[in-house]
Ligand binder design. Sequence first.
Ligand SMILES: NC(=O)c1ccc[n+]([C@@H]2O[C@H](COP(=O)([O-])OP(=O)(O)OC[C@H]3O[C@@H](n4cnc5c(N)ncnc54)[C@H](OP(=O)(O)O)[C@@H]3O)[C@@H](O)[C@H]2O)c1
Length: 324
Amino acid sequence: MVAVVVSQPSPDDPLAALEVLDTAPEPVEAPPPDWVPVTVRAASLNHHDVWSLRGVGLPAERMPMVLGTDAAGVGPDGEEVVVHGVVSDPAWTGDETEDPRRSLLSERWPGTFTTTVHVPRRNLVPKPAGLSFEEAACLPTSWLTAYRMLFTKAGAAPGQTVLVQGAGGGVATALVSLGAAAGLRMWVTSRDEGKRRRALELGADAAFPSGERLPERVDAVMETVGEATWSHSLRALRPGGAVVVSGATSGAMPPADLQRVFFLQLRVLGSTMGTREELGRLLRLCASSGVRPLVDSVLPMADAADGFARMVSGEVVGKVVLVP
Ligand SMILES: NC(=O)c1ccc[n+]([C@@H]2O[C@H](COP(=O)([O-])OP(=O)(O)OC[C@H]3O[C@@H](n4cnc5c(N)ncnc54)[C@H](OP(=O)(O)O)[C@@H]3O)[C@@H](O)[C@H]2O)c1
């Protein structure tokens, strides 16, 4: 057995907080007895796991905590499943992401970077046979977030132009792949020439250095970078356009530029994860269209530190997958 854990967060040096243990620690709060075990066959790394190592959203009284928000594996009846990582209150019936009491796996309940994870039965979604466990494990966090940003929040329609900030990230590469598959004209920015090239290979129509003036205004911007790109995102939008924001890796307090927001009637839309229903649709889209996640690397869980180091240094292009 192996478990990737945080027990002492380190705000400035997240890698120093990473622990790889031979056994999962006793959880502070044990999962309810009616939850079902899933044998993890693959899990993927998300920037959320880096925030957890920094102590963001994970108070001291919840530690030690097994990291990991998404996984694909084998359910209690031997079925192949994808785990939806958003755990809502059992009494909640609407959009799970809007439940004020929701949590993500690894925030309140132990996460997926171990051999077995316990989840509510309703969080199991059948894995399409055409997707490998490694591919399926990339979908429930960054790909689901990208799906909701593009289709539910922005309502992007074929033929529209969408700008993605920070081309190499897990969410960003998902946005490019999904948008291209749906007939959107996808533009990206990146600080790195190699990542711009990879984005073009993935299906982006154009790639620009971060902050560069665009040849024309776009219908929507997908923003996960935050302070470093926010002003550019607002400048890139056509009047009435939408910026959908689901992350702020470089900082969360950029100048709001309210004059531009009201004068051009821009829409600023927050987005977080996605519903189980959206995850089901995303899986069907991947199965029928042939779209697959860009996998940066597949590592044994015991070597999780190598994957975290790649993410913290910004080297990752696509998804880092961990296998127990
Ligand atoms: N709300 C939600 O439900 C949700 C879900 C998933 C992710 N998120 C958030 O979204 C963000 C991205 O997540 P991820 O898993 O895709 O992370 P990731 O894979 O680590 O994303 C890395 C990308 O961020 C860009 N970036 C980082 N720092 C930057 C800076 N200072 N200037 C410009 N670009 C910078 C880089 O773009 P280039 O190097 O290409 O320029 C890089 O490719 C994280 O903050 C995460 O917490 C939120």
